[in-house]
Write a protein that binds this ligand. Structure first.
Ligand SMILES: Nc1ncnc2c1ncn2[C@@H]1O[C@H](COP(=O)(O)OP(=O)(O)OP(=O)(O)O)[C@@H](O)[C@H]1O
Ligand SMILES: [Mg+2]
Length: 448
């Protein structure tokens, strides 16, 4: 009997929540909801005593206001947000779940505005070191203000869960756009188990991704994110997880606005460890991570973000991540050791200039990357206008000269990329020629 009463109460509260959310999410108007509520209440009164009657959801579906699928989605949101009451905010919908948290759309009651709230799982909320870092970085991020950064608004704790409140971006992620290319692959090809089928799928995918991101379109997005990073770096904040999933795209008329998400969201160095131990899909494959983060270096700086942005640019323009392998460990090993195939060698319609920029962004040795995010921006803007990337050239030439001084043809230079190795060859030939001329002149002098 008590059980029946509690079930009834829970069903009633689900109906109330459902009604509110259906209107909040624009699935039905207030008037349509009212019409269904009237039917629902009348039926309930009529059935009083035998506990029967349809639920509000059933009435809404029957009246054609919403579909069964929409009901399931709304119910999932309600279930996910139960027990996660955050004072001052009203959770409206679940926006997504990433590797370490769930993001909700919510209303900030004091200012009556829509925000996004990332709720950390209990496991992280119980990690004191992480929580300390979470507040420290959250505070620093809230001080940033930039049109290309998802604004951090607040951090806090409720019911044992820590949360991060940020600007809500009406749009989708860059990853969704990349994946869109995949969705368009005919299923018969995408699922073909044989190598030939796979190659064909890859080909189709690449063509489609190329259609999505030409050099100019990719540069448009990456320049916006580089501006966001320039601002954050100037304030001493490093992102540490630049990747397509953390770039939100909002379309404002014909303008595609890119915003860097999760700025100031502290990351555990244990993430890399977890990937290394193959602790599961939970951490995702480290396709964009810098070599120094893989090594677990403690002094990771802005150059790690430049590497990851380079890997993102690579993916956008070629339709491939820079390094692919069967396992996360395999991918990480390649970031550390395998020479990068320049993007303009994969997609021949890319300019050599953008190829040089990506190579410098993704140099394995961070000393060979851009000296500042502002230098990077200068080059990205130059290439976007059809000019040469002079900062990259300076960096490549500097690398070649110090390479000559230290280790001609060493592993490091080879790893720095074929273009660097090519330039090195040119310098060696020039030096050899100069040496030969000087020997010749000496000989001529001696015998005359
Ligand atoms: N500020 C925001 N506004 C609107 N939607 C957001 C916002 N932040 C995140 N989202 C949505 O929530 C989803 C989950 O985000 P989350 O940061 O938890 O994971 P992720 O970045 O996709 O992956 P990972 O955990 O590997 O970083 C995103 O894919 C995006 O669709
Ligand atoms: Mg994210």
């Amino acid at each position: 009997m008590a059980q029946d009463k509690s079930n009834e109460k829970s069903a009633a509260s689900m109906d109330t929540e459902l009604g509110r959310l259906v209107v909040e999410q624009g699935l039905a108007t207030q008037a349509e909801l009212q019409e269904c509520l009237d039917i629902f209440r009348t039926e309930k009164e009529r059935q009083a005593g035998d506990g029967g009657g349809r639920t509000l959801a059933e009435v809404l579906v029957e009246k054609g206001m919403i579909t069964e699928v929409q009901v399931r989605r709304v119910k999932k949101t309600i279930e996910a947000s139960r027990g996660q009451e955050i004072p001052g905010y009203q959770l409206l919908a679940k926006l997504g779940t990433g590797a370490m948290a769930t993001v909700f759309k919510a209303r900030q009651l004091s200012l009556d505005r829509i925000v996004a709230i990332k709720v950390l799982p209990r496991k992280l909320s119980e990690n004191a070191d992480y929580v300390r870092m979470f507040y420290k970085e959250g505070k620093a991020a809230a001080k940033l203000n930039h049109p290309n950064i998802v604004q951090a608004i607040d951090v806090g704790e409720a019911g044992g869960f820590h949360y991060f409140v940020m600007e809500y971006v009406e749009g989708h992620t860059l990853w969704d756009e990349l994946r869109q290319g995949l969705w368009d692959v005919p299923p018969a090809i995408a699922e073909a188990p044989d190598q030939a089928g796979k190659a064909e799928a890859d080909q189709v995918r690449r063509q489609q991704v190329k259609q999505l991101f030409g050099e100019a379109e990719a540069l448009d997005i990456v320049i916006q994110i580089a501006r966001a990073l320039e601002h954050a770096h100037s304030q001493g904040l490093i992102h540490r997880d630049v990747k397509p999933k953390n770039i939100m795209i909002a379309t404002e008329g014909s303008v595609r606005k890119a915003k860097l998400a999760d700025m100031g969201l502290a990351r555990l160095t244990a993430d890399v460890e977890a990937a290394r131990l193959e602790a599961g899909r939970a951490f995702g494959t480290p396709y964009y991570i810098s070599p120094e983060q893989i090594r677990g270096d403690v002094d990771v700086d802005f150059r790690a973000d430049i590497y990851s942005l380079g890997a993102t640019l690579y993916h956008l323009m070629t339709g491939r991540v820079p390094f692919e392998a069967e396992t996360p460990v395999g991918v990480m090993q390649k970031h550390l050791q395998e020479p990068l195939i320049p993007p303009d060698h994969i997609s021949t319609n890319l300019s050599a200039g953008i190829g040089e920029v990506v190579e410098v962004m993704m140099a394995k040795n961070r000393n060979r990357r851009y000296k500042s995010t502002s230098d990077l921006l200068v080059d990205l803007e130059a290439v976007a206008q059809g000019n040469a990337p002079l900062q990259a050239r300076k960096q490549i030439d500097g690398g070649v000269l110090s390479g000559l001084a230290h280790a001609a043809g060493s592993q490091e230079l080879v790893a720095a990329g074929p273009r660097l190795a090519g330039n090195l060859m040119l310098y060696i030939i020039l030096l050899a020629a100069a040496l030969a001329i000087s020997v010749l002149l000496n000989l001529v002098q001696r015998f005359t």
